[in-house]
Write a protein that binds this ligand. Structure first.
Ligand code: C2E
Ligand code: CA
Ligand code: CA
Length: 619
């Protein structure tokens, strides 16, 4: 049998809030929730009209943003009144002087109506409950009777006070998130440097084209520029940005049939063109190479000493195979292959073929040595401190793997992790790091030393199996680690690949009490839905945002992301912070934590411990 449930107005404050949030979940649209709540309240009390008035334009006017009325006629909705003279200042003054004041008017007993109302003559009684934010009057809700006067009793006033509080403090906040989400979505659709669409938009456009293209021949081309860093270093970032814009212009000038083009990140571009079908491999290569030559000749008009080389990987989709995602990843594999080729010209072009997806000989050699290297202790854990932007206090660390070869030099993660992910052996590495973290924490706890939470990376490969959770659980039990010291980093791109699995994984991890962070946010997809749909604790902004100098547009985007994440209750940390002006900007924008070379590189555990002691002595 269904549980018979009274109105939410019969509930205590906590249940009332819970009920309202359930509604928000169901309806997804905050305005609809507010309307529904007004209706329920109006009917419950048998009122004639309820309006929500908000003070706008720095306190000079008031606007009715929501209305419910018994007869369905919303006469006051959207009404905006400027009350520079007349009753408004008096009203505002009364409320401002008495923050706990609730205005209760009854035509039979009171002669002076303090509120300026539209249908003053008809008003029999009105209850008005104001809302203050940081002691400033933000608006009020008015409960009106036109037919019969009412004597409001204390009990009902208390309920409606709660109602007003909830509407203003939660729902208006959510409504603003809705708005900023739309604005942010727009900002995130285009790349601030080149004005090109972002990858997500590019991808959609390609899928659309692939579904209608008649002669069914589309080439996806991925490009990057060798020595681009040199331009930035030698001529500055502004000039570097100009070169990126130039490259995007060259694509459109050289090709007349561009379907879409995007800059994935730094100097990596991806574009799609309609191609004549039946071209030979050589013809395609020559054609693409022409773009490199065209671009470099344009660069040379600007700088004499350019040593740029354009690497281009091509993947052709035709009738039988129109899988855009696969084509992009193939074109990227071809680009990497092209990069390694020897060439005297300004362009290196490779056409995708299947052998490019397998690991190279060097990678296979590394993979072959994993077990031996694990056994002989060549892998070790480094820690990179996470600090508070405000004062550099160490509040945590990220565990990063290092492979120290017998000769004392290091293989860095970027040189082996992609191949390990492809071959699956990354799982062994991750488990090794997780255990190192737990051992480390156990040792500190046993020694009675202060601990900070340590975060560990979760490779996307774990999502294909189910044992991650069990494994972590076993480790936690074995070492008796309080889960609040553990945090797992899942990268942004995983969310796009397989949302249901990731949600399941996060739920299970959260049930164990460990923290979850979204790693590399902003590096690729920047899907805002990630923020609202997942139960993460920390948002890690990717280092792509931390260029040497941040442009205004970057600042707006970073600021908006921080703002939104915070409103959703996430802690924000920015990675790759290398200079103090970046730190100050982050601090001023409300990003509390950072990680980056400005404070420290990833370091050996012993060094981290020393740094930690020093840090605690200072702050
Ligand atoms: P990540 O998780 O984004 O880790 C941060 C990377 O940024 C680290 O590179 C770190 O050294 C680097 N970094 C930190 N501060 C700065 C800075 O101020 N400027 C710049 N330019 N870079 C900075 P690292 O250690 O080479 O690791 C690269 C990537 O390899 C990591 O990126 C992570 O995706 C992966 N990785 C590292 N260790 C593990 C591991 O144990 N398991 C898994 N699955 N992946 C790992
Ligand atoms: Ca990470
Ligand atoms: Ca990261």
């Amino acid at each position: 049998m269904d549980e018979v449930r009274g109105s939410f107005l019969d509930m205590d404050r906590e249940s009332m809030t819970g009920h309202i949030f359930e509604l928000v979940e169901q309806k997804k649209d905050v305005n609809a929730v507010i309307d529904a709540l007004l209706e329920e309240t109006g009917k419950y009390f048998g009122l004639d009209d309820i309006v929500i008035k908000e003070i706008i334009d720095e306190g000079t006017a008031i606007k009715v943003n929501y209305e419910w009325s018994m007869d369905g006629q919303k006469l006051l909705l959207n009404l905006e009144r400027r009350f520079l003279e007349g009753v408004f200042p008096k009203w505002k003054d009364t409320f401002e002087k008495n923050p706990c004041f609730v205005y209760c008017y009854n035509k039979e007993t009171d002669d002076n109506l303090l509120i300026h109302m539209i249908r003053t003559d008809k008003v029999q009684s009105v209850l008005q409950i104001p809302y203050y934010e940081q002691e400033e009057l933000r608006g009020c809700i008015e409960f009106t009777d036109y037919v019969k006067p009412r004597k409001w009793v204390e009990k009902d006033i208390i309920v409606l006070k709660q109602f007003t509080q909830i509407i203003f403090s939660y729902l208006f906040d959510l409504r603003e998130i809705d708005v900023s989400k739309t604005q942010l979505k727009e900002l995130l659709k285009t790349d601030s440097i080149t004005g090109l669409p972002r990858y997500e938009e590019f991808f959609k456009e390609c899928v659309r084209a692939a579904s209608v293209q008649e002669d069914k021949c589309i080439a996806i081309i991925c490009a990057d520029i060798t020595n681009f860093k040199y331009i930035n270093e030698r001529y500055g970032y502004e000039f570097g940005d100009k070169i990126l814009v130039l490259f995007s212009h060259c694509i459109y000038q050289y090709y007349t049939r561009v379907i879409s083009c995007c800059r994935e990140y730094s100097d990596n571009f991806c574009f799609a063109i309609k191609m004549q079908s039946g071209l030979s491999k050589e013809a395609i290569k020559n054609n693409v190479n022409g773009l490199a030559a065209f671009f470099i000749s344009r660069v040379q008009e600007e700088v004499i000493d350019s040593n740029l080389i354009v690497n281009l990987g091509v993947s052709v989709m035709n009738d039988n195979d129109m899988d855009v995602a696969a084509a992009v990843s193939n074109a990227n594999a071809a680009r990497k292959f092209a990069r390694k080729q020897f060439s005297k010209s300004y362009g290196k072009v490779a056409l995708f073929d299947k052998t490019m997806l397998t690991s190279t000989a060097r990678e296979l050699e590394l993979i072959g040595r994993v077990d031996e290297a694990l056994a002989s202790g060549e892998f070790c854990m480094f820690l990179q401190p996470k600090v508070r932007c405000r004062d550099f206090r160490i509040t945590g660390a990220e565990a990063l793997v290092r492979w120290r070869k017998p000769d004392g030099t290091y293989n860095y993660p970027d040189s082996f992790i992609p191949a390990f992910e492809r071959e699956g052996c990354i799982i062994k590495i991750d488990y090794f790091i997780y255990e190192e973290v737990m051992k480390y924490l156990r040792a500190r706890l046993d020694a009675g030393l202060e601990c900070v939470p340590i975060s560990m990376n979760v490779s996307r490969v774990h999502l294909f199996g189910r044992e991650l959770i069990t494994y972590i659980g076993k480790l936690i039990n074995k070492y008796h680690i309080p889960p609040e010291y553990l945090e797992f980093e899942l990268t942004e791109s995983m969310y796009i690949e397989d949302l249901p699995t990731i949600m399941y994984t996060i739920d299970r991890l959260k049930a164990m009490g460990v923290g979850i962070s979204i790693d590399d946010f902003g590096s690729g997809y920047s899907s805002l839905d990630i923020l609202t749909s997942l139960q993460a604790d920390v948002l890690k902004l990717d280092k792509v945002f931390m260029k040497e100098t941040l442009s205004n547009n970057d600042k707006i985007i970073v600021g908006a992301i921080i703002d939104m994440a915070r409103r959703l209750g996430l802690t924000v940390l920015c990675e790759g912070v290398e200079n103090d002006s970046q730190r100050r900007f982050l601090n001023d924008s409300g990003c509390e934590y950072m990680q980056g070379y400005l404070f420290s590189k990833p370091i050996e555990v012993e060094e981290f411990d020393r740094l930690f002691i020093e840090n605690r002595e200072k702050i």
